[in-house]
Design a binder for this molecule. Structure first.
Ligand code: SF4
Ligand code: SF4
Length: 423
């Protein structure tokens, strides 16, 4: 890929040497973790292709779209309502932040005890490693956790940042605040793109994004079969790619993959005979953060569900499509996003209910709670999660880690012990 896209990366002001090293590590990592799996679905070839072109073709598409007057908007959180972006004919991309590269640069302007996700996105920008960040006309931050909130202040010195205020509770006053924020965001997107969002455009965008969520819901239903027909790693990858691929193309490809999966389920073919069914819950895992799922799936277990923003939290709820005018559509969007049960909310009883429901529906033997080091909201909430799961009869282990590889052996020992305990 390198030769073909070098001129484009240069125009985007990437540090070409550092970027080449990043791609090399990514390719090796991908080969070891993904390509080594046996009996994968044919449909995964599309995902392999997208990944192999992660900084190539998709970036080229974004550049072409920009040359034709479309705007690119980058986001870090599933709270940012995509429907508004697509309705203004802009393109939304998730800014992945799952690698350690750039951390050194980030630590020059952020405290060391900041979560890896924040350090990663700031580091990618400072070290000029991410063509997605460099392609954005607007980067949308949000006031979810304190770390992110303060990081965007610093990040705004380097990128065109817009910040949405996310409520911390779910009372009537919080909904009113969120509605005002959605309207303010709509105005900002209209100002950026020069296009006004009509009811018709917004309805189309709602349907477009709902279709993608429906395809991912279908995938989640199918993967829950006995025996497990697809590895957790592959599903994680699909969820990760959903954040930056074109939604229409992605939905079509995932529906095709689901057709194939359905046949596999009908034939009773599994990918992990005798493996212990586990669920992951907690912090999001951005590309290429595959460390823990890989460790789990090389320790006699298989991941059958992710209670995460890169997982069911992002796909569980649809926007009501029955609204008849612009204001009703906006209300439907406001209501759908208010259902998100991020640990940044207080109180957050819905999340506990969702986790227990998921564990039951997926028929898992146990849950692994994943927290990024220094992430207070999820670390704090993990105690409540464990209690709720225990009461429902599901064992849980809380794992805290970052993007480094130093603790792989230690994590493997803990995961193996947990798998043996619940088997
Ligand atoms: S975990 Fe919370 S802050 Fe992070 S992406 Fe999800 S909703 Fe946003
Ligand atoms: S992982 Fe935790 S600390 Fe890091 S950005 Fe998300 S909520 Fe904030």
């Amino acid at each position: 890929m390198t030769g073909r896209y070098e001129a484009m990366w240069e125009r985007l002001n990437l540090d070409l040497d550092a970027h080449a090293s990043l791609l090399e590590v990514l390719g090796k990592f991908y080969g070891d973790i993904y390509m080594s799996q046996q009996g994968r679905l044919r449909g995964m070839e599309y995902l392999d292709f997208v990944l192999s072109e992660i900084h190539g073709l998709r970036i080229q598409e974004l550049q072409e779209a920009r040359a034709n007057g479309r705007k690119v908007i980058g986001t870090f959180c599933v709270f940012v309502p995509e429907e508004i972006v697509w309705a203004a004919d802009a393109i939304q991309v998730g800014l992945c932040a799952g690698a350690e590269a750039g951390t050194e640069a980030a630590e020059k302007i952020l405290p060391r005890n900041t979560c890896a996700l924040i350090k990663s996105f700031v580091g990618f920008k400072l070290a000029r490693l991410c063509p997605f960040i460099e392609s954005c006309d607007m980067v949308v931050g949000e006031t979810t956790c304190d770390g992110k909130k303060k990081a965007y202040e610093i990040f705004s010195d380097y990128a065109p940042v817009y910040v949405m205020e996310i409520p911390q509770m779910k009372c009537a006053a919080d909904r009113a605040l969120w509605k005002a924020e959605v309207l303010r965001f709509k105005q900002a997107v209209e100002d950026l793109t020069g296009r006004s969002i009509t009811a018709e455009r917004l309805r189309e965008a709602v349907v477009l994004i709902n279709q993608r969520r429906r395809a991912l819901q279908r995938l989640n239903r199918l993967r829950a079969a006995h025996p497990v027909p697809i590895s957790g790693r592959d599903v994680l990858l699909i969820n990760q790619v959903s954040f930056y691929d074109d939604p229409k193309r992605f939905t079509q490809k995932i529906e095709e993959l689901c057709d194939e999966l359905e046949d596999k389920v009908r034939r009773g073919e599994g990918v992990a005979d005798g493996a212990v069914r586990l669920m992951l819950s907690g912090c999001p895992m951005a590309i290429p953060n595959w460390k823990l799922p890989y460790i789990i799936e090389s320790s006699g277990a298989v991941v059958v569900g992710e209670e995460s923003c890169i997982g069911s939290r992002n796909t569980r709820d649809l926007v009501d499509e029955s609204a008849s005018n612009l204001d009703e559509l906006l209300d439907a969007i406001v209501d759908r996003y208010m259902k998100i049960d991020c640990a940044c909310f207080t109180p957050n009883a819905e999340r506990l209910e969702h986790i227990v429901d998921m564990a039951r529906e997926l028929n898992v033997k146990g849950v692994i709670h994943y927290g990024l080091s220094f992430c207070q909201p999820y670390a704090m909430e993990s105690f409540k999660v464990e209690k709720a799961l225990q009461e429902a009869g599901f064992p849980m282990v809380a794992i805290e880690t970052d993007y480094s590889m130093e603790d792989v052996e230690q994590l493997k020992t803990r995961v193996e012990a947990f798998v043996e305990m619940v088997r």
